[in-house]
Design a protein around this ligand. Structure first.
Ligand code: ADP
Ligand code: ZN
Ligand code: ZN
Length: 660
C-alpha cells in the first residue's frame, strides 16, 4: 500500500510512505509514526492506494485502531487549508483536542468534568407568538437538508429558547447538534440552562477543562454517547456524526475568528460544515454582522425576527450627552457629565445598580481633540489615521497616506490635541470620590489576568455586594442582572476611532449590547451615552436600537469602499528585524502580485502596522481586496511559498482579519 500522510507542519505537501499490504489494513484518519528527514514525525493518513513502494520509506507504526478524524472532517480541513493558507496537516491538528496532537495517547482524567445545572430553567414557558412563528419556519425548512437562518432578535427576546426547542426536536430525530458561544466564562447561565433542558446529552468544551477532561468529552461525542456539544470556536470541530444543526449564538462576535495559525473564522467553517453534512445552521444576534445580514437580505439565509423582549418588557430608554456642549475644567478629562452624575445619584438613592462602560481599545494610537472630539481621518479609506510618535506623523494603515500632525485642531482651533486618555481605573477613582459610600467593582483586562477573578466579580455584582460595576467591553456581554437600572457609556467615540473598517459595526453592537444590560428585571432601564459625535449615524441609530437603519447606512459605505461583504480581504503582515527590509519585502510582494496580473484584486499599501514594532520586529502590511480568496491564494503560494519567509522576513497571511 502507498499511504498519503499529512504533517502538522507548515509544508504544502502530502508525503508518500509504504506499508506492507499483508499486514494490518490501514485506513484514512489514523495517526502514524513515520521517519521524516533525520527524525521521526507523527502524521495523519489522508488516503491510501495500491502502488509501487520503490523509493518510499516504510511507516514505523500505526498509532490508532480507529480513525481520529473521519472522512467529512478530512474534507473540511482540506477546504480550510486552501482558504486560510495553512497546511492540511496543520488544519487537521487544529481540529483535534490537544491531548491527541503530536501522537499523544490520552488517558482518562482523574476527575470527570461536572457541570452544575440550573434547575430553575426547567419550568415550562409558553412560547410567545413571535417565537412560535420563528419555530414554525425553522420546522418547515429544517428537514430539507442544508438551510441557513439568521435569527435577528433584540436582547432578551427569547433566542436561546428557540435554540433549545430546535435542538430538542433534532435529538428526537436521533440527530446531533453543535452550539457555539463566544466566551464560556461570560455566559455560565446559558450553559447551565442548556444542560438543564437537554440533560445528559450535553458535552461542554470549556477552557477550564484539563487536557484529559477535554479529551474525555471529545470521546463521548465521537462515540455518540453525547449528542450535543456546546463550546467556543473550536467546538465547530466536534466529532459528531449525523449532525442535524449548528447554532452560533452572538454570531457577530470577533472571538469566532482565530488569530493564530490556522486563522479560520468559525462562522465560515460552520457554513461549510453545514453544507457538507446537509444540516441546519442558525446564526443568532441582536446586532448581526454586516456579512450575515447582507446574505439574509439576498435570500441566502432565511431571516427570522424577534423584534420584542419577552413578557412585554420594554427596551431601555437611551439618552445622549453631547460632550462638546458640557463645560469642562482645563487639563482634566471629562468623565462624568452633570446628566450622568444625576442619573447615578438617582439609582444609588433608590438602592438599585448601575454599569459604567468605557471601551479603551486602540485608544493611544489616534489623535483626538480634547475640546471638540475631532479625529483626523483618511479621506480615501474613511478610517482614523494612526499617530506614529517616532516620526510625529499621521498614517493611514490601509493605504499609507501620510499627514503631518496638526498643531491646532482644524475644527475648533484648540491646542489640546493628542490628550492622554483615561482608563477604567480613573473612572473608578473619580466615582469613589463622588460617591464615597458605594461599593465599586472593576472589570477589565487586568482583572481577566487573575484566575477566577472575573467570575468572582460577576457573582458579587449579582449578589448585590457591588453597587456600580465599571468595565470595558467585558461588561457588555450577555450577563443578566435584574437590578441594573442604569448603564452609562463614558465615551462612545472610542471604538469608532479604531483603525478598522469594522469600527462602526463594532460600536453599534457594543452600544446595543451594553444598553441591553439595563432594565432586564423591572423593565425600567435607562442608558446614557456620552459622545463628541452625537450626529454620527452609528450613535444615532443605536439610540433607538434601530439595527435596520444602521445596516442600510453602513452597507452603503462598505459598497462605496469595496469592503466586505462586497469583497473579501487578505491581509499580509511582513515582519523583519530591519524596518527597511520589512518595507522592501512588502514592496517586492506587491510588485510580484502586480506582475501576475491581479486585475481582480485591489492592493492597498504597503503601510506600517498601527503597532509598528513588536518585540524586536518591525511590521508592514499589505491589504488585498478581492472577489475570491481561493484564487488569489494560489498566486500567493507561488510568491511567498509555504514557509511564508522571504529574505529573512516572516509573512502572516490573514483572511478577512479582525483588528484589536
Ligand atoms: P435572548 O437569548 O434573546 O437574550 P432568552 O432566551 O435568554 O433571550 O430569554 C430572556 C429571558 O426570558 C430568559 O430569562 C428566559 O428564560 C425568558 N423567556 C424566554 N422565552 C420566554 C417565554 N416564551 N415566556 C416567558 N419567559 C421567557
Ligand atoms: Zn477641536
Ligand atoms: Zn487610507
Amino acid at each position: 500500500m502507498v499511504i498519503d500522510v499529512a504533517l502538522g507542519l507548515p509544508i504544502d505537501k502530502i508525503f508518500k510512505y509504504y506499508y506492507p499490504l499483508d499486514s494490518q489494513e490501514i485506513i484514512s484518519g489514523v495517526r502514524v509514526r513515520i521517519p521524516f528527514r533525520n527524525t521521526e514525525e507523527i502524521g495523519y493518513v489522508v488516503s491510501s492506494t495500491e502502488g509501487k513502494m520503490e523509493g518510499l520509506k516504510e511507516i514505523k507504526e500505526i498509532i490508532d485502531v480507529e480513525p481520529v478524524i473521519d472522512k467529512e472532517m478530512l474534507e473540511l480541513t482540506r477546504w480550510m487549508s486552501e482558504r486560510y493558507f495553512a497546511s492540511w496537516g496543520e488544519c487537521i491538528e487544529a481540529s483535534l483536542p490537544s491531548a491527541l496532537r503530536k501522537g499523544k495517547i490520552s488517558s482518562s482524567p482523574r476527575k470527570e468534568y461536572f457541570l452544575k445545572t440550573d434547575e430553575s430553567f426547567l419550568k415550562p414557558v409558553n412560547l410567545t407568538v413571535a417565537q412560535k412563528q420563528v419555530l414554525g419556519i425553522i420546522d418547515s425548512k429544517l428537514p430539507n437538508g442544508f438551510n441557513a437562518f439568521l435569527l435577528h432578535g433584540v436582547t432578551s427576546s427569547g433566542k436561546t429558547e428557540v435554540y433549545i426547542r430546535t435542538i430538542e426536536d433534532i435529538l428526537t430525530q436521533g440527530k446531533s447538534a453543535i452550539v457555539l458561544v463566544p466566551e464560556i466564562a461570560l455566559t455560565p447561565q446559558t450553559i447551565s440552562r442548556f444542560k438543564a433542558r437537554l440533560r445528559e446529552n450535553v458535552s461542554v468544551l470549556h477552557s477550564k477543562l484539563t487536557e484529559a477532561q477535554k479529551f474525555q468529552e471529545w470521546r463521548k461525542l465521537k462515540t455518540g454517547q453525547n449528542k450535543v456539544c456546546i463550546g467556543t470556536r473550536s467546538a465547530i470541530f466536534a466529532p459528531l456524526k449525523n449532525l442535524g444543526l449548528i447554532v452560533i449564538d452572538e454570531e457577530h462576535e470577533s472571538s469566532y475568528k482565530q488569530n493564530e495559525n490556522p486563522r479560520y473564522h468559525a462562522r465560515e467553517v460552520a457554513l461549510k460544515r453545514a453544507h457538507q453534512s446537509g444540516c441546519g445552521l442558525i446564526l443568532g444576534s441582536a446586532t448581526p454582522s454586516l456579512e450575515s445580514y447582507y446574505k439574509a437580505e439576498r435570500g441566502e439565509y432565511t431571516l427570522l425576527e424577534l423584534p420584542e423582549r419577552v413578557e412585554k418588557k420594554k427596551m431601555p430608554q437611551v439618552g445622549i450627552v453631547d460632550l462638546k456642549t458640557v463645560k469642562r475644567k482645563r487639563f482634566t478629562p471629562l468623565i462624568f457629565s452633570p446628566a450622568l452624575k444625576e442619573e447615578l445619584r438617582s439609582v444609588i438613592d433608590r438602592d438599585m445598580q448601575a454599569i459604567l462602560f468605557l471601551n479603551r481599545r486602540g485608544f493611544s494610537t489616534f489623535i483626538s481633540c480634547a475640546n471638540c472630539g475631532y479625529v483626523a481621518q483618511c479621506a480615501k479609506c474613511n478610517l482614523a489615521l494612526t499617530f506614529h510618535s517616532k516620526e510625529s506623523v499621521l498614517i493611514c494603515h490601509y493605504c499609507n497616506k501620510r499627514e503631518d500632525k496638526p498643531l491646532i485642531c482644524p475644527e475648533c482651533d484648540s491646542r489640546y490635541l493628542s490628550f492622554k486618555g483615561f482608563g477604567t481605573q480613573r473612572v473608578e477613582s473619580e466615582l469613589a470620590k463622588m460617591f464615597p459610600a458605594i461599593r465599586i467593582g472593576r472589570l477589565d483586562s487586568d482583572v481577566l489576568k487573575q484566575r477566577g477573578r472575573l467570575e468572582e466579580i460577576i457573582e458579587d455584582f449579582r449578589a448585590r455586594k457591588i453597587d456600580v460595576l465599571v468595565g470595558t467591553q467585558i461588561v457588555a456581554k450577555g450577563h443578566d442582572f435584574p437590578d441594573v437600572e442604569l448603564v452609562g457609556v463614558i465615551l462612545a467615540d472610542l471604538s469608532l476611532n479604531i483603525v478598522d473598517f469594522r469600527s462602526g459595526e463594532r460600536t453599534f453592537s457594543l452600544l446595543t449590547q451594553v444598553a441591553g444590560r439595563s432594565g432586564r428585571g423591572t423593565g425600567k432601564g435607562r442608558v446614557i451615552i456620552q459622545t463628541y459625535n452625537p450626529d454620527h449615524f452609528t450613535i444615532k441609530t443605536s439610540l433607538n436600537h434601530d439595527y435596520k437603519s444602521f445596516y442600510l447606512e453602513e452597507i452603503k459605505r462598505r459598497k462605496q469602499l469595496g469592503f466586505p461583504p462586497f469583497n473579501e480581504l487578505i491581509k499580509l503582515e511582513i515582519r523583519h528585524k530591519s524596518e527597511e527590509k520589512a518595507k522592501k519585502v512588502s514592496d517586492m510582494i506587491k510588485e510580484q502580485l502586480n506582475e501576475q496580473g491581479l486585475d481582480a484584486c485591489d492592493i492597498l499599501g504597503p503601510a506600517p502596522h498601527p503597532v509598528p514594532k513588536i518585540r524586536t520586529l518591525y511590521r508592514w502590511t499589505l491589504l488585498l481586496k478581492c472577489e475570491n480568496v481561493e484564487g488569489i491564494m494560489r498566486l500567493l503560494y507561488n510568491i511567498i511559498g509555504f514557509r511564508k519567509r522571504i529574505q529573512g522576513a516572516n509573512i502572516i497571511v490573514d483572511v478577512n482579519p479582525y483588528e484589536d
